[in-house]
Design a protein around this ligand. Structure first.
Ligand code: GSH
Length: 239
């Protein structure tokens, strides 16, 4: 009998949580692959102490220094304890190859896709990080502001025109990528981890932004982004 896997995700003040993009990625993969799992919700400010306590490996910041992050996945069936959304996806694919998320040996290309998508959006999402402070407990908000070096002027719902422009431009580029296939997925007629990566970022916006702000994003590129999110959620049985 298979034991449920354990996914460490981040607590918030939003009902039902499920808001943070990086832990969302393994959640989508687990669900897509029909693997049993439970979620343990960690207070953001407790991430370092909680991850150290379970013996998880620290992650690397882009400058190479150590930082404890979630998602972390524990698999009691194998004893594996994996840090980082992409490494978790890779582990799950190797260990549970049925219903592939990296079809046709696409893992190297999707790794490059993941990194490019992240770099494309990073300059545009400062205001969304600022908004995150409003859905965390006061202690976690303080920790988050420091961890993310948030210097975006609050209130978070100031106009942030420059960020909006960058975000729209970023998604115009992603739209062009999607236009290069003859199906609705990045790999054409085959859903893959690339679409999960796109969708989980969108999920984060939808969960933390104001409704009119999500409506604004949904209006771009003919409604593509609400559609991608809905399609991936459906494919992963999370809709
Ligand atoms: N590359 C990592 C990034 C994970 C990450 O940045 N997680 C954030 C929450 S979404 C975190 O745990 N941050 C802890 C901190 O900044 O101290 C992944 O994909 O798992």
């Amino acid at each position: 009998m298979m034991l449920p896997l354990v996914l460490y995700d981040i607590l918030s003040e939003l009902p039902g949580n499920n808001w943070s993009s990086n832990p969302a990625k393994p959640r989508f993969v687990l669900s897509y692959k029909d693997l049993p799992f439970v979620t343990l919700w960690v207070e953001y400010s407790d991430i370092p102490i909680a991850m150290k306590a379970i013996g998880a490996k620290p992650n690397k910041r882009r400058d190479g220094s150590d930082v404890y992050t979630v998602p972390v996945l524990s698999d009691p069936n194998t004893g594996a304890l994996i840090t980082d959304s992409l490494e978790i996806a890779s582990y799950l694919e190797k260990t549970y190859p049925e219903k592939p998320i990296f079809p046709n040996n696409s893992e190297p290309l999707i790794r490059a896709f993941d990194s490019t998508y992240g770099s494309l959006l990073r300059p545009a999402i400062k205001f969304i990080f600022a908004r995150c402070t409003e859905i965390l407990s006061p202690a976690s908000a303080k920790f988050f502001i420091k961890a993310r070096s948030i210097d975006t002027p609050l209130p978070w719902n100031a106009k942030h025109d420059e960020d909006w422009e960058l975000l729209e431009k970023g998604y115009n580029t992603v739209y062009e990528w999607y236009q290069k296939t003859d199906g609705k997925w990045i790999m054409g007629h085959t859903v893959s981890y690339a679409d999960i990566v796109v969708a989980c970022e969108l999920l984060w916006y939808k969960r933390v932004l104001r409704e009119d702000q999500w409506v604004r994003i949904s209006s771009w590129n003919g409604g593509k982004w609400a559609q991608v999110l809905a399609d991936v959620e459906k494919e992963c049985k999370l809709a």
